[in-house]
Ligand binder design. Structure first.
Ligand code: NDP
Length: 448
């Protein structure tokens, strides 16, 4: 399979796609490695994970350059992503020594609980943030004593493969973390169907997530689903409009909008609509869309020609204004702002996963909440206001897993991340994430 640079359309390298037999062999290696990894003393497992984090740190620039070439991410973003992987592994390196159970008062003896690792975990990752999303699954899973088989997206396998090499170089035993390049319908499906895989962590589209959940249901296999989004960026008239408008393009166009947390709906209180739009247009025109290896780049290309065609299908007659994008080779698409009037418009309902955002006016607090919640999704979102009480009320009423007040921040590894409604099931990240990779066992010791 050829790996294509989306900014140039040139072949970066060729990677061998694995088939079902090779997937089964990898699962068998993982199962073989599990008893040994589980038996590593907590302090030693912590030390190995810290070494893994250090190996990622030493390889940051190479990982970042791989992501620029493979995914078209801007170099600034790709460097952040490599640092994020390092930090996530380092954060969960503290977990092996803190998988603390309970001592429960019972009659006639003593009862204690243990958090036992599950076994082999399949982590299935999309192409939009190949490195961080992989680490949000594999780091807590490894920390809890599981082995991981990682399935990167077919389009973006390079950084996942490099991370598995770095784990080995750091001394993580063979078979504990493997990356298997190839098709979702082959490798991903096999991880779901294989009885030797104890849990699936899936990040991707709601459509595929639904099938994965059905596959896991057949085996009573636990599953975490991190799916699509259609997040609202709610701007009240009392907000710092300049700050809200200056930040809004990056909430929708970062990573060329290929972000599950993209605020692809901007809801603006009607009496602030005109001044906001003026500021927003100026901010959109300043977004630097260029060759992603350029240090000044703020947005690169889309991932593929097919995806660009899909994104273009959302652009209707309601264009308010657009930014710029390079011409020539590469899957470029300009930042685009729409002002649809029909609440049923596709652009307000479906995940676009490209640099297209729709702006909608609202009348008051209740109207803002109603429109924000008028979606099948509930992953992320922002609320801009100077009124603390309003910020509290609205953030409690919006049906979404992750909200940000006066900022567009989405994912922080210290806090739980995941969606309401069709945006998913379960939470990743935060201090409790390793527990999702364990079963709780209680053991009673009779004092008789
Ligand atoms: P897909 O759902 O198409 O693919 C996601 C992953 O699943 C890929 O590795 C894919 O492999 C694999 N896959 C595809 N079919 C199957 C199958 N039958 N069984 C098992 N695995 C399969 O999503 P995209 O890659 O297009 O990613 C975009 C989506 O990801 C968006 O909807 C976005 O919102 C969502 N996403 C959600 C996030 C969250 O945390 N909530 C974060 C980031 C993205 P292959 O590519 O090789 O076919």
């Amino acid at each position: 399979m050829q790996v294509i640079n989306p900014a140039t359309e040139q072949v970066v390298t060729t990677v061998q796609s694995l088939d079902v037999e090779e997937t089964d062999a990898a699962i068998a290696r993982s199962r073989k490695a599990f008893p040994g990894w589980r038996a590593v003393a907590p302090g030693d497992r912590a030390r190995l994970m810290r070494r893994f984090a250090e190996a990622v740190d030493a390889d940051r620039e190479r990982l970042a350059q791989l992501e620029v070439a493979n995914s078209g991410h801007t170099i600034t973003n790709a460097r952040w992503e490599a640092r994020n992987v390092r930090d996530v592994i380092a954060y969960y390196s503290a977990a092996p020594e803190r998988l603390i159970g309970q001592q429960i008062p019972v009659a006639d003896g003593l009862d204690v609980t243990f958090h036992e690792p599950l076994g082999v975990v399949g982590v299935i990752v999309p192409w939009n943030f190949p490195m961080p999303i992989a680490s949000w699954g594999f780091a807590p899973a490894l920390a809890a004593g599981n082995c991981v088989v990682l399935k990167p997206a077919e389009l973006t396998p390079l950084t996942a493969m490099r991370l598995a090499e770095l784990a080995l170089d750091a001394g993580v035993p063979d078979g504990v973390l493997q990356a298997l390049p190839g098709k979702g319908s082959v490798i991903g499906q096999r991880l779901v169907d294989h009885a030797g895989v104890a849990k699936i962590v899936f990040t991707g589209s709601t459509e595929v997530g639904r099938e994965i959940m059905a596959g896991c249901a057949r085996q009573i296999k636990p599953v975490t689903l991190e799916l699509g989004g259609k997040s609202a960026n709610v701007v009240f008239a009392d907000a710092d409009l300049s700050a809200a408008a200056a930040a809004a393009p990056y909430a929708a166009f970062d990573n060329a909008g290929q972000d599950c947390c993209a605020r692809s709906r901007v809801l603006v209180e009607r009496r602030a609509y005109d001044p906001f739009m003026e500021l927003f247009e100026a901010a959109v025109s300043r977004v630097v869309v260029t060759e992603p290896s350029d240090e000044k780049a703020e947005m690169g290309p889309l991932i593929s020609a097919a995806h660009r065609e899909r994104v273009a299908g959302f652009v209707t007659d309601d264009v308010a204004f657009r930014g710029s994008a390079p011409a020539g080779a590469g899957y470029w698409f300009p930042p685009t702002v729409l002002t649809p009037t029909d609440p049923a418009a596709r652009v307000l309902r479906e995940e676009i996963f490209g640099p297209v955002v729709a702006v909608v006016p609202f009348d008051d607090e209740a109207d803002a909440i109603r429109i924000a919640n008028d979606s099948d999704f509930g992953l992320s979102g922002s609320i801009w206001t100077r009124d603390v009480g309003k910020a509290i009320r609205v953030s409690r009423d919006i049906e979404s897993g992750n909200l940000s007040v006066n900022s567009n921040s989405s994912v922080r590894y210290w806090t739980p991340f995941g969606g309401f409604k069709s945006s998913g099931l379960g939470r990743e990240l935060g201090p409790d994430a390793p527990l999702a990779f364990t079963e709780t066992k209680n053991v009673f010791f009779s004092n008789g």
